[in-house]
Write a protein that binds this ligand. Structure first.
Ligand SMILES: NC(=O)c1ccc[n+]([C@@H]2O[C@H](COP(=O)([O-])OP(=O)(O)OC[C@H]3O[C@@H](n4cnc5c(N)ncnc54)[C@H](OP(=O)(O)O)[C@@H]3O)[C@@H](O)[C@H]2O)c1
Length: 336
């Protein structure tokens, strides 16, 4: 081997494995911990697809994990559980997808990795994205919409003709819950601050309650279901507005079983689970014009810290999204 080829070989060996840009944290803390940097590009292993991320949704759980609220973590950690993008590579046993498919996904909470140019996702958590949405709008859907869906239908069993009180109705989960409940033919009562009332009217909400100036108990009586996205005193007071054998479903804390029993109602807290079949049903509702994600703000991936500061205020209308590929917020939906 001559000197030139030796140098070339050394350079090749010294080169890092393929990299990508990602937002990572190296320890728990404030939004200033979110670092835009190079990270190893993942590969699709068995049962996975590698998604080229066009946009990533931002959820309250992202800043809760960043803060260390859920304890132990492995660093560096890439946050982000909602993505919309295109399939780059298909792993073994993931052949229901092909390279180039336009997909969206809620990534398992144990994995994450959405705030990045590429993420490897179990195919069982991936669905073809709604055709009528650009990637930014599609990235706003999975976690929040699945939460609303599983809360209303899998847990509370909401049916046509029933009534549901939705707390935090203008937020990420709430605005999907309002639309799913209306699409089901239920009567929707909703709490939100006055800033969101016009928005909630556009979603077809039947009764809008300003939780800052009004007591929801005066408007909601004997409802079939309450969806609690707020917790604490709001959850405790909700027990009194539910009819006998009605259902209190909470996404922010387990209701007190003794209080439920005393009131003669049922209830549970729960954690949203990835579900590709439900994402498919949700995509059909969106493409059918029955449901629409509301994206209130799009930040470039590198500005994830600003996105976190915004969602941490706790008064988001609809969803906040990170654009990983510039233009994802206005690009026409990619045809299947
Ligand atoms: N268990 C699960 O699987 C699961 C899944 C998703 C989310 N979550 C949790 O559920 C919560 C909501 O999530 P999200 O994504 O919908 O959050 P979000 O997008 O931040 O929305 C929260 C909404 O609640 C409203 N709000 C705040 N205080 C309120 C009150 N006292 N009464 C009524 N509305 C109030 C806020 O606006 P205004 O105050 O301006 O009206 C805002 O629109 C978060 O804590 C999140 O971590 C849990």
């Amino acid at each position: 081997m001559n000197l030139a080829s030796l140098v070339a070989a050394v350079i090749l060996i010294a080169q890092p494995a393929s990299t990508m840009k990602a937002i990572r944290i190296h320890k728990f803390g404030g939004a200033d911990q979110l670092t835009y940097e190079d990270a190893p590009k993942p590969e699709a292993s068995v049962g996975q697809v590698l998604v080229k991320v066009h946009a990533a949704g931002v959820n309250p759980v992202d800043y809760k994990i960043r803060n260390g609220m859920f304890g132990a973590g492995k660093f560096p950690m890439t946050l982000g559980f909602d993505v919309s993008g295109t399939v780059e590579e298909v792993g073994q046993d993931a052949s229901r997808f092909k390279a180039g498919d336009s997909v969206y996904s809620y990534l398992p909470l144990t994995a994450g990795g959405g705030y990045a140019e590429y993420v490897a996702v179990p195919a069982s958590a991936v669905a073809i994205k709604p055709n009528s949405l650009d990637h930014a709008a599609a990235a706003a859907v999975p976690l929040a919409a699945l939460t609303a869906w599983q809360a209303l239908f899998d847990k509370a069993g909401l049916k046509e003709g029933q009534s549901v009180l939705i707390h935090g109705a203008a937020g990420g989960v709430g605005h999907f819950a309002v639309q799913f409940a209306k699409a089901k033919g239920a009567k929707v009562l909703a709490t939100a601050s006055a800033d969101h009332h016009e928005f909630l009217k556009t979603l077809g909400t039947d009764v809008i309650i300003d939780y800052k100036t009004q007591k929801f108990e005066e408007f909601a009586k004997d409802v079939d279901v309450v969806l609690d996205t707020v917790g604490g005193e709001t959850q405790a007071r909700s027990i009194g507005v539910i009819k006998k054998d009605g259902f209190l479903v909470s996404i922010v804390g387990q209701p007190n079983p003794a209080k439920l029993k005393e009131a003669g109602i049922r209830g549970t807290g729960f954690l949203v689970q990835p579900n590709a079949d439900q994402l498919k049903e949700i995509a059909a509702l969106i493409d059918g014009g029955k449901v629409k994600p509301h994206v209130t703000k799009v930040f470039p991936l590198a500005e994830a810290a600003q996105a976190h500061a915004k969602i941490e205020e706790g008064h988001t209308q609809g969803k906040i999204v990170l654009e990983v590929i510039p233009g994802s917020a206005s690009a026409p939906a990619v045809k299947k």
